[in-house]
Every structure is written in structure tokens, then in C-alpha cells.
Design a protein around this ligand. Structure first.
Ligand SMILES: [Fe+2]
Ligand SMILES: [Fe+2]
Length: 202
């Protein structure tokens, strides 16, 4: 019986990266504050969850499968995440009509774009290479992708840089804030017809 090909780590991360880019473009290419607010919130929601899920699932996998080189990659990525999370914390606290709203998002994106490029062109290919060439790792990329997707459902949806980037500290500190973020999301505006925690179309 034919089965659908399961997503790999590359598929899962690249999909998120393209979505983030699309949300970013919706904000910066619009002049409608309502549209910008919805996509700005969607951007924050997606980036906060993506970052923490990478820190919990993907970066430990670099360390597990790529040895000391993997440790260096993970530490570099954690540092870059921390900087972006500080910028996201600033952005998420701004009102859409604040003159700093777009400049803050643009400077965040300049950093994030570079980080995404490194993940896609250097870091993830190295992980995939080990996972695809060593027989005992068959299916690991697919199972990491599944875990990554599940993890995104319960991690915080706003930026909390003070929680750090290293599990398990982050697991405890960061995850305690998740329920509060998710409840507050109910009162935020999101784009219509997108998958988000907010059922409201107000
Ligand atoms: Fe990342
Ligand atoms: Fe990423």
C-alpha cells in the first residue's frame, strides 16, 4: 500500500520559515493598520513557537548527532535566537500605530533572515546528511519533524527571552508562561481564515 511521504526536519523548518516571511511581507507591504496588526500578531505567534520548538527538539539533535561540531552549531543558533527574541519582545509590546512598529520589525527581520539562511544552507543540511547516510538513523529526521510539530502546540506563543535557550531550564521557565500566552491570544486580532488560536474574526 502506498503511503504519503512523511515530512523531514528540512520540510518542517522550511515551511515555517516561508510562512514567517509571508507574514512579514503582509505587514511591511500594507498601509492598513488593521491588516498589519493581524499579521504582526500572526508573525509573533509563529516565530515564538518556532524558536522554542527548535530549541527543545532541533538544537539538541545537532548536539546528539553531530558531536562537538553540533554543539557549536547549537550554541551559535541559541545566541542568534536570543537576540531575535529580545527584538520580538520589543515588537510584540508595540501598538501598530507606534512609529517604531515597522522599523522594529524590519531590524528583527534583517537578523532573522540571516539566521534562517544559515539554518537552511548550513546547519540543517549537516544534520540531514548524518541522518540519511547512517543506517541506524533511518526515520529519525521524520520523527524529529513530528516531535517539532507537536511541541509547537504547547510552547509559549509570545517571546520570553529571560527564559533562556537551553533545555531543561527553558522547559520549566518557558513552558509555565505558555498557558497565559494562549489565553491572551484569544483577545488578540489574527488574520481571517488562518490557523491560529484565535477563533474571533472581529
Ligand atoms: Fe532558528
Ligand atoms: Fe528556524
Amino acid at each position: 500500500m502506498a503511503t504519503a511521504k512523511r515530512s523531514t526536519v528540512t520540510d518542517a523548518l522550511v515551511k515555517d520559515h516561508r510562512e514567517l516571511e509571508a507574514h512579514y511581507n503582509e505587514v511591511v507591504n500594507s498601509t492598513d493598520p488593521d491588516h498589519q496588526e493581524r499579521y504582526g500578531n500572526q508573525f509573533t505567534w509563529e516565530l515564538a513557537r518556532h524558536s522554542v520548538a527548535e530549541e527543545l527538539i532541533i538544537y539538541p539533535a545537532f548536539e546528539q548527532y553531530l558531536g562537538s561540531k553540533g554543539h557549536d552549531i547549537a550554541e551559535k543558533d541559541r545566541k542568534e535566537h536570543h537576540e531575535v527574541k529580545e527584538q520580538l519582545k520589543k515588537f510584540q509590546g508595540l501598538k501598530v500605530k507606534d512609529p517604531a512598529y515597522i522599523p522594529t520589525l524590519k531590524s528583527l527581520w534583517a537578523n532573522l533572515k540571516q539566521h534562517i539562511k544559515e539554518e537552511e544552507e548550513e546547519d540543517i543540511p549537516q544534520l540531514e546528511k548524518v541522518l540519511s547516510t547512517e543506517h541506524q538513523h533511518t526515520g529519525v529526521s521524520e520523527s524529529l519533524a513530528t516531535k517539532f510539530g507537536r511541541t509547537k502546540a504547547f510552547v509559549p506563543s509570545r517571546s520570553h527571552p529571560s527564559a533562556g535557550e537551553h533545555p531543561p531550564f527553558e522547559t520549566v521557565m518557558g513552558l509555565l508562561t505558555a498557558p497565559i500566552d494562549h489565553i491572551a491570544d484569544i483577545f488578540r486580532k489574527f488574520p481571517d481564515k488562518t490557523v491560529s488560536p484565535n477563533p474571533s474574526t472581529k
